[in-house]
Design a protein around this ligand. Structure first.
Ligand code: MN
Length: 148
């Protein structure tokens, strides 16, 4: 169940976030600026009926050759792509969520350790890669995001 972890973490009586469902949106992505305990940017793209998601603490790279850490988080429902608002204090991810960019996403390459995406947003335009980060700790959830 792809959205199980997402649903487990949230109380939909308290958060304005969508409970959501799996579906098909025709290849979309979104970046949400999330002022939680620590400011970060959540990059999400459609794959397999959900939004694959990662948190980028230092911001989305806007220039080639800049690599930024992107920490994989739980899949989000497609409806999340239009979510903006305030997650109340005490709830998971409490803080404000703004849409930083959104648009179309085409997956050009995909394997266990690497994605190449063609994005058509307002700020993210062109090819971006997500590459699994092989640092000392070998944390499987750590990726690098870069503009190609
Ligand atoms: Mn977040």
């Amino acid at each position: 169940m792809p959205l199980e972890e997402y649903k487990e973490k949230r109380d939909f009586e308290k958060t304005p976030e969508p409970a959501g469902s799996e579906g098909e949106a025709g290849g979309i992505f979104v970046v949400q600026e999330h002022q939680a305990t620590h400011l970060h940017w959540d990059f999400r793209f459609e794959l397999g009926g959900v939004l694959k998601s990662c948190a980028v603490p230092k911001g989305i790279p806007e220039e080639k050759k800049t690599k930024r850490l992107a920490v994989e988080v739980e899949d989000h429902p497609l409806e999340y792509a239009t979510f903006r608002g305030v997650i109340p204090k005490g709830e998971y991810g409490a803080g404000s969520v703004k849409i930083w960019d959104t648009g179309q996403c085409r997956i050009l390459e995909r394997d266990h350790d690497r994605y190449v995406l063609e994005l058509k947003g307002k700020r993210m335009i062109g090819r971006y890669a997500l590459v699994r980060f092989k640092g000392k700790e070998q944390k499987a959830k750590n990726w690098l995001i870069m503009k190609l």
